[in-house]
Design a protein around this ligand. Structure first.
Ligand SMILES: [Cu+2]
Length: 141
């Protein structure tokens, strides 16, 4: 492939990347040889539902689990119960839409049932900021 073609391809790829937006982070949590990986389809922002895919592992091998629940919490705050249930996918992952209703640091307690019993994993340090392009009024509690 010539250099002109390569430059052209890079320009196309950059345009696609900008059009699709920035991909979100992948966060992990581990306990007792279990691990969950949470991949956000875009960076999570205040009051914007964000699709998130969860994948589970035991000793680094992918495992299938059931009854995946994400308990959204802010450390040290009583935020009410926000415990969306994730939908199982054919590839063994689970997908859930998460909504963070206050800016600041959030944690997610992920629970699931594995073949060997219940799993409980703490995903910590999820920084939520307002959407810089949003014009919504701030919500008072
Ligand atoms: Cu809060």
């Amino acid at each position: 492939m010539g250099s002109w073609h390569r430059s052209f391809l890079i320009v196309i790829l950059l345009c696609l990347l900008v059009a699709c937006g920035t991909p979100g982070p992948t966060l992990t949590a581990e306990a007792n040889d279990y691990r969950v990986e949470m991949t956000f389809v875009q960076p999570p922002l205040l009051n914007q539902s964000v699709q998130t895919t969860l994948r589970f592992y035991y000793q680094d091998a992918p495992i299938r689990v059931q009854n995946v629940v994400c308990d959204l919490q802010m450390p040290g705050m009583v935020m009410g119960s926000m415990r969306p249930i994730a939908d199982p996918q054919t590839d063994g992952s689970h997908v859930v839409n998460l909504l963070f209703t206050m800016d600041g640091e959030w944690s997610i307690i992920v629970t699931a049932d594995s073949a060997d019993g219940p799993i409980r994993l703490y995903v910590e340090g999820i920084a939520i900021t307002p959407d810089p392009e949003a014009t919504q009024p701030s919500v008072q509690e």
